[in-house]
Design a protein. Structure first.
Length: 260
């Protein structure tokens, strides 16, 4: 069903309680996916999830790799302006909040879970996300996290924005998420912007995604080199946030007019 809402329920072990929650959600016509706690993989697919439930056991905190992944998951969700729903025991709550400080930004449901209250909050969040999805989605690929975060925060007023810090992470992100535009840093170590653009054009799923280059060099020769790759445009990193927003607004307006 096209209107079925996808709920991902993550747990270290698929206990009787977890299976019971899955059954309850399916009876309410949710498309439920049970997933083991591979938070790194989960982070890459967040754009396709309507609601994310984490069923937490305290043993997770003894696994340093998983704790590190949970930090990244919290940061990614916060950047996406998206909630997840934490499920655990009353006695574990303080331990988790200290172990993963980012958890304080997300609602906590104590076991045994009040399913009506959980679903009510889930639906509120799903409706909010649906409104956000009406916005065009932009992915920033830039190895300067300070610059990427700064412009993403500014652009979030008008667009849905995510960013990654290198080209290969961008490729992995695009394998699991759809975007309307890529802002691609021209000068990056290891794999630079032109190489990433070449890789995107080689794959049918990404070949038609518009790309605008971000460049810190504004000489005539460098601009000529950028334009020879035939992106949809370029923006100097010295451009003000207001002018960048104006450029993007004009790009999408032209695109809209061209599709009529």
């Amino acid at each position: 069903m096209s209107n079925t809402k996808k709920v991902v329920l993550v747990s270290h072990q698929f206990s009787v309680v977890v299976k019971s929650m899955e059954k309850s959600l399916k009876e309410l016509q949710y498309d439920v996916i049970l997933m083991e706690d591979d938070y790194e993989t989960l982070t890459l697919g967040l754009g396709n999830i309507d609601a994310l439930l984490l069923y937490l056991q305290d043993s997770v905190l003894s696994d340093h790799k998983k704790v590190k992944e949970l930090f990244l998951l919290c940061d990614t969700l916060k950047d996406m302006d998206k909630k997840m729903f934490l499920i655990g025991t009353d006695q574990d709550k303080d331990v988790f909040m200290k172990g993963v400080p980012g958890f304080v930004d997300f609602p906590w449901f104590s076991r045994p879970v009040d399913m009506k209250a959980l679903i009510r909050e889930m639906e509120t969040e799903i409706k909010r996300q649906a409104t956000m999805k009406e916005k065009k989605k932009i992915l920033i690929i830039d190895d300067d996290p300070f610059y990427a975060k700064m412009i993403s925060e500014f652009l979030k007023v008008s667009y849905t924005v995510d960013f990654v810090e290198d080209g290969m992470k961008g490729i992995a992100y695009l394998a699991a998420n759809k975007v309307d535009l890529i802002l691609l840093d021209y000068e990056m170590p290891v794999v630079d912007g032109p190489k990433i653009l070449e890789m995107l054009k080689m794959h049918p799923d990404t070949a038609r995604i518009p790309v605008i280059f971000l460049t810190g060099i504004g000489t005539k020769e460098s601009i000529k080199r950028v334009l020879s790759l035939k992106p949809q445009g370029y923006v100097l990193k010295t451009t003000t946030s207001q002018d960048l927003l104006k450029t993007l607004d004009e790009f999408f307006e032209k695109q809209k007019m061209g599709n009529k």
